[in-house]
Design a protein. Structure first.
Length: 170
């Protein structure tokens, strides 16, 4: 029994519907990415001019959020790779390593100090960025999302460094 043309094409993208990876999804990613920056930017404000929290507490909160973001990025990377139907082992490893750095950085931070956590989490963020750059070369990361990722990473790193600088320098 053959499928009707309508049933066969039901899953195919329609000319009237936007592609899931086209401009509407990139626009949504930009909006959500900007929202994800709010805690980091608010942290800079609070560390320098606020009076609710001590700057060291603001840095701790920013680092915990950064660990969450780094882990989220790895999940996105895995999803993009798996959606292609194949996921190269080195890319899969690169996608999970930043989360494996972030977790012990948070756990061991109280023992070794916030400087330890700070350094490891920034390294994890840069490593996750490198994995996305590699993904663009491998074909599983789209250029529009990669450009967004670059901007978001630079803003996040700048905010965390600014908060850390204020904690160290007062």
């Amino acid at each position: 029994m053959s499928q009707s043309p309508t049933a066969h094409n039901a899953a195919a993208p329609s000319a009237n519907r936007p592609s899931p990876s086209g401009p509407p999804s990139l626009l949504l990613a930009v909006g959500l990415g900007l929202l994800a920056l709010v805690p980091f930017i608010a942290g800079v404000y609070e560390a320098y001019w606020g009076d609710w929290l001590e700057p060291a507490r603001v840095l701790h909160i920013a680092l915990v959020y950064l660990a969450t973001i780094v882990s989220f990025i790895g999940g996105v990377q895995w999803g993009l790779m798996l959606a292609r139907g194949r996921a190269p082992a080195p890319d899969m490893v690169l996608g999970v390593v930043p989360a494996l750095i972030a977790w012990p950085a948070l756990l061991l931070g109280p023992m070794f100090g916030q400087g330890y956590t700070f350094g490891l989490l920034l390294a994890a963020l840069v490593l996750a960025w490198g994995a996305d750059e590699r993904g663009a070369r491998q074909g599983w990361q789209q250029s529009g999302f990669l450009q967004l990722r670059r901007v978001l990473t630079l803003v996040v790193a700048g905010c965390v460094v600014a908060i850390g600088w204020h904690v160290v320098r007062g």
